[in-house]
Design a protein around this ligand. Structure first.
Ligand code: G1P
Length: 282
């Protein structure tokens, strides 16, 4: 087992066992995490992001049907620098349940979580995940979350946090968080952005948290329970230069496809031309 301590997290989970209902019929042929964005499958961007942030032990949480993820990635990355493991979530009971399925594989390590349908584009020198791990190392937190500022009208799509003080670009502590609130009751415009760092105590919190929104076991609720019991949580915000793409529905998946293609030097000219041509009605 990889020994990840608080100051040197090397293990990360990629929950990738959801049904992909909103992307049917595409998800009849491949799990959403394997759908292409430009020339790579979505999950490959996430593996590369984790590796660039010092992670060398990745555990995918997959459904029994999602063998394609395992077939594609195998047990190690091409250069052998990252070990890949797989845990099967037999029943899709929610995100925190998926994380709980990896308890044995994680052991007593501190670990990161990167949602398999969420890609972050960053041109900053320290990637968002690195900043999150640094904040976890430096603060007395049982959890650190990457957050992004969203339109208040979209709060019902996300976990939303309540900062202790008006946030700037630095990590900030929060006093509460809630899953998918309506805009009128959202605690702020800062949304949970699909990246987390935890210690092993999160597993016990997950076990003690009842199902929440949509009858699913929500990691937001498990974190809220930890805070109700006196635990502290910090957030690291994405900068104005960073963008998170959620590929959970067709609109955002298509936006992600275009955004990542435009960052690919070989694809960018023809994709940009296709956009210009279509705008000019050609
Ligand atoms: C999940 C989390 C939510 C978070 C979101 C980010 O929601 O439960 O807190 O804001 O991912 O994408 P889901 O997209 O699975 O509904």
């Amino acid at each position: 087992m990889t020994n990840s301590d608080r100051h040197n997290i090397r293990t990360a989970l990629i929950p990738a066992a959801g049904f992909g209902t909103r992307l049917k019929p595409l998800t009849n042929i491949a799990p959403k995490e394997m759908l292409p964005l430009g020339r790579k499958p979505t999950a490959q961007y996430i593996v590369e992001e984790l590796h660039a942030s010092g992670i060398d032990d990745i555990i995918f949480i997959i459904s029994p049907q999602k063998t394609l993820i395992r077939d594609y990635f195998g047990d190690t990355t091409c250069d052998g620098s990252v070990r890949l493991r797989y845990v099967v979530q037999e029943k899709q009971l929610g995100l925190s349940h998926a994380i709980l399925c990896a308890e044995e594989a994680v052991g007593n390590s501190h670990f990161a979580v990167a949602l398999g349908d969420s890609v972050i584009i960053s041109r900053e020198r320290a990637f968002p995940l690195q900043r999150m791990l640094r904040s976890y190392a430096e603060n007395p937190a049982f959890g650190v979350i990457t957050v992004e500022k969203v339109d208040l009208a979209d709060s019902y799509k996300y976990g939303m946090v309540r900062p202790v003080c008006e946030p700037g670009i630095q990590p900030f502590e929060i006093s509460a968080l809630v899953e998918k609130p309506k805009p009128e009751v959202s605690p702020s415009r800062y949304a949970v952005g699909g990246r987390y760092a935890f210690g092993a105590e999160i597993f016990d919190l997950i076990r003690r948290t009842p199902p929440g929104v949509n009858g699913e076991m929500q990691i937001t609720d498990a974190i809220a329970l930890g805070m109700a019991e006196g635990g502290r949580v910090w957030c690291t915000p994405l900068t104005a230069e960073e963008h998170r793409h959620d590929i959970g529905n067709f609109k955002t998946m298509c936006e992600a496809y275009v955004a990542l293609s435009l960052l690919d030097p070989e694809l960018a000219p023809s994709v940009a031309k296709a956009i210009r041509d279509s705008e000019n009605g050609r």
